[in-house]
Design a protein around this ligand. Structure first.
Ligand code: C2E
Ligand code: MG
Ligand code: MG
Length: 714
C-alpha cells in the first residue's frame, strides 16, 4: 500500500510516541534517510493518522497514555490496508514477554529503547524495501488473477514428491467448487471429469510424470449442477536436478464459448435451419459411411426420395410463412415415421433421426439401413404417405399435402450415392406421373413384387372373413392294394383380383404377420369337418393329413384348438395325421417332444414332411415321437435319373423300416418313379400320377369306386 510507490514521492513513516523529544530524534533520522514523517502522540492519534495518511511504515511506542502500543497495533491491523504495512514496536522493556506480546498484536519487528538511531535507520530502510518487493509481487499476482479471471484460465501444479495438488483460485471456479471445502487430488479431479475424458487425462498425466511429456487436451468438466464445461488443458513436466520430472504444471482454460460457437457453426453447416433436419452435406457424409458398411456386410440399403406435390401452390396462395411451417411439420412427421420403423433402421434414435434429410425446397430424402426386402422400403413409403395424408393444422389454415416418393435400392439400383440418388429421383418422377400421392421403385420388377406383396398382406387379412380360402384334397395311395387310404389337405387362396395364390407364397407371409394362427385353425376345422362328412358317408377308413407350420406349432394354442375341434366334430382322432417339417422337430427339443407326445396321446399321428431336406441328423428320429416319414418330392423327381437321389430314397426307406415308421413318397409323377419306389419297398405314395389336389366335390370318382384307385384322367 502506501502512496510512495504510486506517487513517486518518498515513503511516509508514521512515528507514534508520547515522548516529543524522541519523535524529533526519529524524525531527523528518517529525514536523513530521505523519508517523510508524520507524527502521533498516542494510540488514538496513531490510528487516525494511519487512516488519513496511509503510511508505508509505522514506528509505534509500546507505552503511551490511553491506548497502549499493543492495542494500537492490533487496531491498525484491522484497518483497510493495515494488515500488510510493516509495524515496528519501540519497546523500552527489553523482555521476552513484551516481545511476544508485540508479535501477538501483529507487529512486524521491534526495536528496544534506548533507540540506536543508526540501527533503526537500517531496519526501516530494509523493511521498506521488503515491503515494496512484497507490494509489487502482490500487484503482479492480483494482475495475474484478474487476467486469469478474464480469460477464465486457471493454473495448477502437481508436486510429484508429495503428491500434493495446488490449484489457483480460478481452478476452483472452473470446477464450480468451493476452495474452502474442496481439496484437489488426482482422484477427486478425475471424478469431476466426463467419464470418457478420465482415461485420456490420466494417461497424459502419467506420461508427463514418467516420461516428462507435455500435453494438451480438450476436456469436459462435470459441474455440480449437472451441466458440462469444456476446458482446454495444457500441461508440462518441470524437470528436477536428477533429470526426472519433479512437478507437473498446467493451465486449464474454459473454452465452452468456443465449443458453443463451433457447434453452432457445425449446425449451420450440416443442418437445415428450417426443419432442423440434416442437410445434403451431412446426409452425403452419413450415407457414404452406411454404404461402405453395407458393401462390407453385403447388406441392402434403400433410398427414398420424397417431393411434396403442389407445394408451390401452397406457398403462393397461403404465403411463405405457412409454407415454412408446413415444411417443418412434414419434417417432423417424416422423422416420426422413420423412427417407428425400428425393425428396419435398427439402432439408436440418433441414427434414425439422421436418416431423414432435407435436400432443399420441398425435397426430402430418407435412407433406410438393413432392409431385408424391397418391400420393407415400400412399407415405410406407405407409412409416410399415410401420415402425410392427415391434414396439417397451421393456424388459421388446415392444409392438405401429398407427396410422391421414388425408391432406389443398394446394390440393385446403383452402387454409389450419385446413381442411387439419380435413380430415386427418376422413380419419384414416375410416381408423380402415375398419379401423385404414391411411391414407385426405380426397378420395374421391384415395383411389381413389392406392390403384390404389400397388397397381398392387406388382402390376406380379409381373406378369412371373405371366405376366399379353400382346401384341396390330394389322395394318398396304398400301391399294393390300390386303395385310396387318405387325403392331404392343401390350402388354396382364391384371390378375386389375382386368381389362385399358391400357399408357397402366402403361408410364409401369414407366418410373418401372425395370421397363420387363425388360418391354421380354419384349416384344422375345415379338414376335420370334411373327413367327418366322408366318414359319415361310410368311408370310415379314410385318413386326413394336415400341414402344421412352424410358428403355428410353437404357439401354445395348437393343443386346445385341436381338442376343441375333435370334441366338436366327434371325429376319431386316430384318423388324423399332422405334418410338420424337420426344422420344427429340430428346434427346442424338450418342449417339442412334450407337445408331440401330447398330440399323439390324443390320437393323431405325426408325420415329418419334406423329409431329407432339413439337413438334420438322423439321431433325432429315435428320440422323437413320430409315426411317418414323407420322402420329399425332390428325391422322388430324380429317382430314375440321379443315382444319388435313388440312394437317398433307398436309405430313407431302410431307416423308416428299421425304426418301425411308415414311409410315404410324395410328388410321384411317373410310372417309372412308382415302380422304383415300390421295388425299394415303399408302399404309400402321393402325386400327380394318382391324383392332383382337388376340391372335395371332385372326389366323387374315388368315392364311387369304393376308394379304389381309378386310372388317372388322361
Ligand atoms: P407339402 O406339404 O409338401 O405339399 C405337397 C406339395 O406338392 C403341394 O403343393 C402339392 O400340390 C404338390 N404336389 C403334390 N403332388 C405333386 C406332384 O406329383 N408333382 C409336383 N410337382 N407337385 C406335387 P402346394 O399345394 O402348392 O403346397 C405347397 C406347400 O404349402 C405344402 O408343401 C405345405 O408345406 C404348404 N401348405 C399347403 N397347405 C398348407 C396348410 O394348410 N397349412 C400350412 N401350414 N402349410 C400348407
Ligand atoms: Mg405336406
Ligand atoms: Mg412335402
Amino acid at each position: 500500500m502506501g502512496d510512495a510507490g504510486q506517487t513517486g514521492e518518498s515513503p511516509l513513516v508514521l512515528v507514534a510516541d508520547d515522548d516529543g523529544f524522541l519523535r524529533t530524534l526519529v524524525r531527523e533520522a528518517m529525514t536523513a534517510e530521505d523519508l517523510r514523517v508524520v507524527e502521533a502522540e498516542n494510540g488514538m492519534q496513531a490510528i487516525a493518522a494511519f487512516s488519513s495518511h496511509n503510511p508505508d511504515l509505522v514506528l509505534l511506542d509500546v507505552t503511551m497514555p490511553g491506548m497502549d502500543g499493543f492495542e494500537a497495533c492490533a487496531a491498525l491491523r484491522a484497518l483497510p490496508g493495515g494488515e500488510l504495512t510493516p509495524v515496528v514496536m519501540l519497546t523500552g522493556l527489553d523482555d521476552p514477554d513484551s516481545v511476544r506480546k508485540a508479535y501477538e498484536a501483529g507487529a512486524t519487528d521491534f526495536a528496544s529503547k534506548p533507540i540506536n538511531l543508526l540501527i533503526l535507520r537500517h531496519r526501516v530502510r530494509y523493511l521498506l524495501r521488503a515491503k515494496q518487493a512484497f507490494d509489487e509481487l502482490r500487484q503482479s499476482e492480483a494482475r495475474l488473477a484478474s487476467a486469469q479471471r478474464i480469460v477464465r484460465l486457471g493454473n495448477w501444479e502437481w508436486n510429484l514428491a508429495t503428491d500434493r495438488w495446488l490449484w489457483s483460485a480460478q481452478m476452483f471456479s472452473l470446477f464450480g467448487v468451493d476452495p474452502a471445502a474442496f481439496e484437489p487430488t488426482q482422484t477427486r479431479t478425475l471424478e469431476r471429469l466426463h467419464p470418457e475424458d478420465r482415461e485420456p487425462v490420466l494417461r497424459a498425466l502419467e506420461e508427463a510424470r514418467d516420461k516428462g511429456k507435455s500435453y494438451s487436451l480438450d476436456v469436459r468438466i462435470l459441474l455440480p449442477n449437472g451441466s458440462t464445461r469444456f476446458v482446454h488443458e495444457e500441461a508440462e513436466a518441470v524437470i528436477g536436478r536428477d533429470g526426472r520430472a519433479a512437478r507437473v504444471t498446467g493451465t486449464t482454460q474454459d473454452i465452452s464459448e468456443r465449443k458453443k460457437t463451433e457447434s453452432q457453426i457445425r449446425f449451420l453447416a450440416f443442418y437445415d435451419g428450417l426443419t432442423l433436419l440434416p442437410n445434403r452435406l451431412l446426409f452425403v457424409e452419413r450415407f457414404n459411411l452406411a454404404l461402405s458398411a453395407a458393401r462390407r456386410q453385403k447388406g441392402k440399403l434403400a433410398l427414398l426420395f420424397l417431393d411434396l406435390d403442389r407445394f408451390k401452390r401452397i406457398n403462393d396462395t397461403l404465403g411463405h410463412s405457412v409454407g415454412d411451417r408446413l415444411l417443418q411439420g412434414v419434417g417432423e412427421r417424416l422423422r416420426r415415421c422413420v423412427r417407428s420403423s425400428d425393425t428396419i433402421t435398427r439402432g439408436d434414435n440418433n441414427r434414425a433421426d439422421d436418416s431423414v434429410a432435407r435436400l432443399g425446397g420441398d425435397e426430402f430424402i430418407i435412407s433406410l439401413m438393413d432392409v431385408a426386402h424391397g418391400e420393407d422400403a415400400a412399407k415405410v413409403a406407405a407409412r409416410i404417405l399415410e401420415s402425410l395424408a392427415e391434414p396439417f393444422k397451421l393456424d388459421p389454415h388446415e392444409v392438405f399435402v401429398n407427396a410422391s416418393i421414388g425408391i432406389s435400392l443398394f446394390p440393385d439400383d446403383g452402387r454409389d450415392l450419385d446413381t442411387l440418388l439419380k435413380n430415386a429421383d427418376s422413380a419419384m418422377y414416375h410416381a408423380k406421373e402415375s398419379g401423385r400421392g404414391t411411391y414407385q421403385f426405380y426397378s420395374k420388377s421391384m415395383n411389381v413384387a413389392a406392390v403384390r406383396r404389400l397388397s397381398l398382406e392387406t388382402r390376406l387379412r380379409k381373406a378369412l372373413e371373405r371366405n376366399e380360402l379353400l382346401l384341396h384334397y390330394q389322395p394318398q395311395i396304398d400301391i399294393e392294394s390300390g386303395a385310396v387310404i387318405g387325403a392331404e389337405a392343401l390350402i388354396r387362396w382364391q384371390q378375386p383380383e389375382i386368381g389362385l395364390v399358391s400357399p408357397a407364397e402366402f403361408i410364409p407371409l401369414a407366418e410373418e404377420t401372425g395370421m397363420i394362427v387363425p388360418i391354421g385353425e380354419w384349416v384344422l376345422r375345415t379338414a376335420c369337418a370334411q373327413l367327418k362328412a366322408w366318414h359319415d358317408a361310410g368311408h370310415t377308413s379314410l385318413r386326413m393329413a394336415m400341414n402344421i407350420s412352424g410358428s403355428q406349432f410353437r404357439r401354445q394354442q395348437l393343443l386346445p384348438v385341436l381338442q376343441q375341434i375333435l370334441a366338436g366334430t366327434g371325429l376319431d382322432p386316430r384318423a388324423l395325421e399332422l405334418e410338420i417339417t424337420e426344422s420344427i422337430v429340430m428346434r427346442g427339443a424338450d418342449e417339442t417332444i412334450n407337445t408331440l407326445k401330447e398330440i399323439r396321446a390324443m390320437g393323431p399321428r405325426i408325420a415329418i414332411d419334406d423329409f431329407g431336406t432339413g439337413y438334420s441328423s438322423l439321431g433325432y428320429l429315435k428320440q422323437f415321437p413320430i409315426d411317418v416319414l414323407k420322402i420329399d418330392q425332390s428325391f422322388v423327381r430324380g429317382l430314375a435319373t440321379d443315382p444319388a437321389d435313388a440312394a437317398i430314397t433307398g436309405a430313407i426307406i431302410t431307416v423308416a423300416r428299421g425304426l418301425n415308421l411308415s414311409v410315404i413318397a410324395e410328388g410321384v409323377e411317373t410310372e417309372e418313379q412308382r415302380r422304383l419306389l415300390q421295388a425299394g419297398g415303399c408302399r404309400l405314395m402321393q402325386g400327380f400320377l394318382f391324383g392332383r389336389p382337388v376340391p372335395a366335390g371332385e372326389w366323387g370318382r374315388w368315392l364311387e369306386a369304393g376308394l379304389r384307385l381309378t386310372p388317372p384322367a388322361a
